[in-house]
Design a protein around this ligand. Structure first.
Ligand code: 2P0
Length: 322
């Protein structure tokens, strides 16, 4: 069997998924709207494993705990069995690497699980519809439900899978600047962080209620390709996500001094008439939406912020390559 290789991009939420419906597997309590980061890539290769062994997954050559990936691998394997694929029962070896920091709040779990699903789908020569691939990816990681698609996506509250909204070329002049303030693994995983927020933050319910309004308005802003409308909605979404999280007990706080420095620099840039709308996720990095026109000035100003270790620039899109 010839190995298969798939490339995907992380899904950056413009409107955030933070909190799950209890009793489900990564069923979101809040709707999210996201875009793929075209120039950040996860590359995943599936090949035949040791016939007398078990499935193995490596990220950057590091062996991973099998249980983490088993539900996703088994869901696809059961389809392969039902179609009588002769290699369904041969263990798989999965090798994955990221062109950007892993588990640092740049959504490597979204591109990672999406690439795993798409690669196994090709490996076992399956013919599942995209929404089914999104559903299986979701069971690995909620945000991965979005990453199987490129372009702009929506993952509705209570949904089992995400949906494509617009193709990768919908908003070509948009650029994302990722200010890396710490490339190490994050202190609290998103799963634990959002669960702690749900169970202990007094602001969790208002956050979930308000997210409905933000999603509706942001969807209109994306439809109109209006960054000046979308930007403030993005800020409300991430700052309210952070607000509810830091009110958890113990607090879920990912920010570093450099994160605040970048937020303030974005404020300055906007006062100077430039488009620089920041958002953050479960980590200390800051992602800034800007335009092709304003990119050089935004990039130069962010690079000056004390504590910024690296800057990644991406177009939006992020279609999978198989
Ligand atoms: C998002 N994040 O919408 C939000 C915003 C981080 C902040 O989805 O438990 O790794 O695997 O479903 O998808 C990160 O959480 O969490 C995330 P699980 P996931 O992108």
């Amino acid at each position: 069997m010839k190995p298969v290789t798939v490339r995907t991009s992380p899904s950056l939420a413009l409107i955030k998924y933070w909190g799950k419906i209890p009793g489900g597997t990564n069923i979101p309590a809040t709707s999210s709207l996201a875009v793929g980061l075209h120039d950040l890539r996860t590359t995943t290769r599936v090949s035949a494993g040791d016939p007398s062994g078990t499935d193995e997954v490596f990220i950057a050559d590091e062996p991973q705990p099998a249980g983490h990936f088993a539900p996703v691998i088994e869901a696809l394997r059961s389809h392969a069995r039902s179609l009588g694929r002769t290699h369904a029962d041969i263990p798989v070896r999965v090798d994955s690497e990221n062109s950007f920091p892993t588990a640092a709040g740049i959504a490597s779990s979204s591109s990672g699980f999406a690439a795993l699903v798409l690669a196994l789908h090709a490996w076992w020569d399956l013919d599942l519809p995209m929404h089914e691939l999104s559903r299986i990816a979701r069971t690995g990681s909620g945000s991965a439900a979005r990453s199987v698609y490129g372009g702009f996506t929506r993952f509705a509250a209570g949904a089992e899978f995400a949906e494509p909204l617009y193709a990768a070329d919908w908003w070509p002049e948009l650029r994302v600047v990722v200010a890396v303030t710490d490339s190490g693994r994050k202190s609290i995983g998103s799963r634990d962080g959002m669960e702690r927020t749900r169970t202990t933050s007094p602001f969790y319910e208002p956050w979930v209620e308000d997210a409905v309004r933000l999603t509706r308005l942001a969807e209109d802003a994306i439809a109109q390709r209006s960054l000046v409308t979308l930007g403030p909605l993005m800020r409300e979404s991430y700052l309210r996500m952070v607000g509810t999280s830091i009110a958890a007990s113990p607090p879920v706080l990912y920010w570093l001094p450099a994160s605040v420095g970048v937020i303030r620099a974005c404020d300055e840039l906007r006062h100077a008439g430039l488009e620089a709308w920041e958002t953050m996720d479960a980590g200390p990095q800051v992602k800034i939406l800007t335009t092709m026109r304003d990119l050089p000035q935004v990039q130069a100003r962010i690079a000056e912020v004390h504590g910024v270790q690296d800057i990644l620039v991406s177009r939006v899109g992020g279609d999978a390559e198989t």
